[in-house]
Design a protein around this ligand. Structure first.
Ligand SMILES: [Zn+2]
Length: 164
């Protein structure tokens, strides 16, 4: 029991902070001239939000801004259309998709949500902040590759039709 308690305490201590919030915190500490060897350095890093699925794929401010901007873009004829940019994507839709009568749209929509999550996962793996323009560029490659697929592929090239 004693061992377990100390093991758990140790585990709690090692709780990793969000990779993206940590990158940003370190950048801010550097700007403020707070160096790694200073006692307050670790103190500030321990204030970073814990890294869990909900935070890193959705709630993290560095992720949320990129997600909303990206979906505003693909909802509006790649930025050319009107009217649908101000609809915010919902967390449960992002994680579970939506029930739709049009299976082609349902499939294309799910692929896009998974693609965005995979992009975030890659950023975390590379220890880099998600970037809206980079996500758009990666997504364009995907649409070129999948745009000829039958039934659902056409929606990858006409994403705004998914959200009409
Ligand atoms: Zn974060």
């Amino acid at each position: 029991m004693l061992y377990l308690n100390s093991a758990l305490a140790h585990f709690a201590e090692e709780r990793p902070g969000c990779s993206f919030c940590t990158i940003e915190a370190k950048r801010e500490l550097r700007i403020q001239g707070i160096l790694e060897e200073m006692p307050e350095y670790d103190y500030y890093l321990r204030l970073v939000q814990p890294e869990n699925t909900s935070h890193i794929f959705w709630e993290c401010e560095h992720v949320q801004a990129v997600i909303q901007e990206f979906f505003a873009h693909i909802r509006t004829e790649n930025g050319m259309g009107f009217g649908r940019a101000n609809i915010r994507l919902d967390k449960s839709v992002f994680f579970r998709g939506e029930i739709r009568s049009n299976l082609g749209k349902a499939k294309a929509e799910l692929i896009i949500y998974h693609f965005v999550k995979y992009y975030i996962y890659q950023c975390r793996f590379r220890q880099r902040l998600p970037n809206y323009l980079e996500l758009r560029r990666d997504f364009n490659f995907l649409t070129i590759q999948t745009g000829n697929a039958r039934k659902w592929g056409r929606y990858m090239l006409r994403t705004w039709e998914i959200f009409e």
